[in-house]
Design a protein around this ligand. Structure first.
Ligand code: NI
Length: 197
């Protein structure tokens, strides 16, 4: 009898834990380790909204080569620098770059609305697509790409977001190839990408 009660209690507890499905936040070091040594798959399906307000999923990009970058529009330095290089890469490649689709996925969906992305994204390249969504949808995409991100308060009602800033390269079949570290030049990306075009 006592054993049965215990088992029932365990079942309830396990159910409660499973229901709370929010995965524990992983540290920057752990995520870096996962990426560096390919310990887990990277990438996967997402369901977000682009800067024109259209729903976008991984399937919309068919057999494109994806460059996937996570950041936020108020990022003072790292994000704009990397996005500028991605824009420059597309300009350098011209028509040869048609197979490449760069995606900017915000880690700050609260402030990075569709309207805000519509102002921000085209300044880097007309072909750059910005994506936002519910905080759950963004969280799932970030977790799939092993992105570290942490909201850091700045005073009473402002915040910034600490985040890893890698440019993920996904091949035409949606498989993860590798990542470019922050600060990678357009020329370096072109060297790696050319054999895939
Ligand atoms: Ni940033």
């Amino acid at each position: 009898m006592r054993r049965a009660v215990l088992l029932a209690l365990l079942a309830v507890l396990t159910g409660a834990l499973a229901g709370a499905a929010q995965p524990a936040r992983r540290s920057a070091a752990e995520l870096m380790d996962v990426l560096m040594w390919n310990r887990e798959p990277v990438g996967g399906p997402f369901a977000l909204v682009d800067q024109a307000g259209h729903r976008r999923t991984q399937a919309d990009f068919g057999s494109k080569i994806l460059l996937v970058y996570f950041g936020f529009t108020s990022c003072p330095d790292v994000c704009p620098t990397d996005l500028m290089e991605i824009g420059r890469l597309l300009t350098l490649l011209g028509d040869r770059g048609e197979a490449i689709q760069p995606l900017f996925i915000t880690l700050d969906p609260e402030r990075d609305t569709v309207e805000r992305l519509a102002e921000y994204v085209p300044s880097f390249h007309p072909r750059l697509i910005g994506l936002t969504g519910s905080s759950d949808a963004i969280g799932q995409a970030a977790a799939a790409y092993k992105v570290y991100h942490e909201r850091v308060p700045l005073g009473a009602d402002d915040y910034t977001i600490d985040h890893s800033a890698f440019i993920y390269l996904m091949d035409r079949s949606g498989r993860y190839v590798g990542f470019f570290p922050p600060g990678t030049s357009a020329e370096r990306m072109m060297t790696i990408l050319k054999p895939l075009l």
